[in-house]
Ligand binder design. Sequence first.
Ligand code: URA
Length: 479
Amino acid sequence: MTAMGKAGFGAHYAVHLPAPDDFEFWRARARALVQAEVPPDRVSWVEPGATGDLFAGGAARGSARLPQPLADAPPVRASQRFLAIARSAALNRDPARFALLYQVLWRLQRQPRLMEDSADPEVRRLEQLAKAVRRDAHKMHAFVRFREVEEADGTAHFVAWFEPDHHILRAEAGFFMRRFANMRWSILTPRGSIHWDGETMREGPPARREDAPGDDPVEALWRSYYASIFNPARLKVGAMLSEMPRKYWKNLPEAALIPGLVATAQARAAAMVAAGTRSERPRPSSLAELAQGIAACRDCPIAACGTRAVAGEGPPRARLMILGEQPGDQEDIAGRPFVGPAGQLLDQYLEAAGIARGAAYVTNAVKHFKFVARGRQRLHQSPTAKEIDTCRWWLEAERALVRPRIVLALGASAARALLGKTVSVTRARGRAIALEDGAELWVTLHPSYLLRLEGEARARQAALFAQDLALVRARLEAA
Ligand code: URA
């Protein structure tokens, strides 16, 4: 059977896409058209609401019904590379993208290695379209800023406004769902909106900038924090503009400061050199200010994870500081340190050792919960040494305010945060280590380690843990 016989000689076909980002729909139709041997110049791909759609109305304006694939048609060839690029390119706002995709798919049937020819103008164009989409997605991950809104029932809802260049909103929904699994949030864009209530994703209509909240107190804080960490000596305007293009500035609270900071950078850098300091960041003067600072901190990627920063808690002048690694799932939800399973185990051992938790200041080396989402579960991930070191500034500020005589580090991350280098718990435990401010550091295991052990191994480690706590108790009495 000939193509002309089945597809109709000279007939033109219009394929109406149900949505501008519906790659799977394009793919199914494109495969059928290839198998019906309909060449690219006889197909129009029409997006919803497209103007200049010569074939809108289908047969009424001369467009034929789509042909059936030929019964003896060979399978459609589409390499993995083509599919990966095509999936992204389909989200580009270029109105010619679906026609180009079909053109390349058509050629692939005769030139299976076409995608390897990066000098081919059509392959190059497809790669450019895909690259622009990937860049847009990257900017969305980096520059979406949620503002907190209180719902009528008192719950928090986080709303962000973003202006993507391409049709990436639906494709990127999964990224935000995984990252902010336990928050209620909405992302509003001029192309549509998405809403997550912690369980279900809903799509909504396009929005306007005014539909999203403007400045809020968290934002004001974040702005002042950004100004304090902005390092004028490191300023590279070109690099900054390529990473943070001007078009995103209007939605970033910190961006309002950029022109002023850039303008004064030279003078401020000179002043820093003169003063011999590497950072102008002012230390918080109270624990409340510190808590606000960590809530606004975006110094490392973990800060964008989870629900909230978890500040330390306890008497502001406690003699003992207990330092964990980072908040876990339950701490992230409750906004308090050591309230989950590891915290409950810690409480039991503290009580058995005669140490009153209420008299200690309990905090963490890293103030945000780092996790990977697995379905509805959020699985703990250890912070990297760099993340611990980045958060160390806050811990030092906290220690400077509380000024504990004794610091008990639970596990290697906490010990690293205090010593600035990695140490083995086995080697460091059982003795006091002098900290630079005169306090004593005691290192022991993290209670979540005990939770992972069973049988004899657990009994052995539990005895060592109890022994470490008894030593701390004795020092507290002596100090
Ligand atoms: N593990 C920690 O290190 N800290 C917490 O707050 C909870 C669990």
